[in-house]
Design a protein around this ligand. Structure first.
Ligand SMILES: C[S@@+](CC[C@H](N)C(=O)[O-])C[C@H]1O[C@@H](n2cnc3c(N)ncnc32)[C@H](O)[C@@H]1O
Length: 243
C-alpha cells in the first residue's frame, strides 16, 4: 500500500489535529472493556493514552512512517499493552474480537471507493464482539466549501504556532473524493506538506452503509464533548451489531 505520509508531516502530525477527543475515548474505554482495537492508529495519539490508562490496545496501520513514530512512544512510555500490526484495515484478519473498535480522526475518509468502504465495515463487523461498540468519525461535508474552494489555498486553522491550510486540486464527484494538498506553516514558513485523497460522506449515506453491513447506529454526535447536534461539525458514529 502507498504511504500517505512523509517524515515532515508525521513530525507535525499531532499539532495538526484539533479534535478534542482523547477524554471521550477514555470514557468509552471505561464503559466498554479492557481490549481495544484501533484501526488506523497512526502515531498513537489516542491508542497511547488508552494504553497508559492500562487498557490493552491493538493498533493497526498501513503507514510505516506513522508506525515508526508510534514505536518510539511505546518505548518511551514502556507500554507492554500496546501491540502494533502493520496492515490494511480492509483485509487484516486478527482472528479475535474486541469489545471496542475505534477509528478516530477521519481514518475512514482514507478508504476510497464504495467497494472498499463496504469491505472495511464488514471487516470491522468481523472483529467486533456481540456486545461490542464501534466508534468512528468523518467530517460533515460543507456544501459551500465543497463547491467553492477549489484551486485556492484555504486556512483550516491558525494558532500561535501553526497554520494549517488545504488546497483542493481535484474533485471526483462521482466517487466523492477530494484530492487535497495539506500544508503546515510555522512562522509563515512551510514546514510540511502532503497530498491526500479524502473521501467524503453524507450522514444518511453512512447510516445506510452501516445498516447494510449489519450495524445499528446507537448514537450520532457532531461533537465529542457535547450531545447537542450541530450541522457544521463532525459526524461521530457510535454503533453496535444490529440484530
Ligand atoms: C488521520 S490519521 C488518524 C490517526 C489516529 N487514528 C489519530 O486519531 O490520530 C489516519 C491514519 O489511518 C491510516 N490508514 C489509512 N488507510 C488505512 C488502511 N487502509 N489500513 C490501515 N491504516 C490506514 C493512515 O496511515 C493514518 O495513520
Amino acid at each position: 500500500m502507498r504511504d500517505n505520509y512523509n517524515k515532515q508531516i508525521v513530525a507535525f502530525y499531532e499539532l495538526n489535529v484539533k479534535q478534542n477527543d482523547v477524554d471521550f475515548f477514555i470514557t468509552q474505554a471505561k464503559k466498554c472493556g479492557s481490549e481495544i482495537l484501533e484501526l488506523g492508529i497512526g502515531t498513537g495519539r489516542i491508542g497511547v493514552e488508552l494504553a497508559k490508562k492500562g487498557y490493552s490496545v491493538v493498533g493497526v496501520d498501513s503507514s510505516d512512517l506513522m508506525l515508526s513514530e508510534l514505536k518510539k512512544r511505546i518505548k518511551q512510555f514502556k507500554l507492554k499493552n500496546l501491540h502494533i500490526i502493520k496492515g490494511d484495515l480492509i483485509k487484516i484478519n486478527l482472528k479475535k474480537q474486541f469489545d471496542l473498535i475505534i477509528m478516530p480522526f477521519r481514518v475512514y475518509q482514507q478508504i476510497h471507493y464504495q467497494e472498499n468502504q463496504i469491505k472495511a465495515l464488514q471487516n470491522v463487523y468481523k472483529h467486533l464482539s456481540d456486545k461490542g461498540i464501534f466508534i468512528f468519525n468523518v467530517f460533515n461535508p460543507d456544501f459551500v466549501i465543497l463547491a467553492g474552494d477549489h484551486g485556492k489555498e484555504v486556512i483550516d486553522y491558525k494558532d500561535k504556532y501553526i497554520t494549517r491550510t488545504h488546497f483542493n486540486w481535484k474533485h471526483d464527484k462521482q466517487n466523492q473524493i477530494i484530492y487535497t494538498k495539506i500544508k503546515i506553516y510555522k512562522n509563515s514558513k512551510v514546514v510540511a506538506s502532503h497530498n491526500l485523497m479524502v473521501s467524503y460522506f453524507f450522514q444518511k449515506e453512512l447510516k445506510f452503509l452501516l445498516e447494510s453491513c449489519k450495524f445499528k447506529v446507537i448514537e450520532l454526535r457532531s461533537n465529542y464533548n457535547s450531545k447537542i447536534f450541530k450541522d457544521n461539525q463532525e459526524l461521530i458514529f457510535i454503533c453496535k451489531k444490529g440484530v
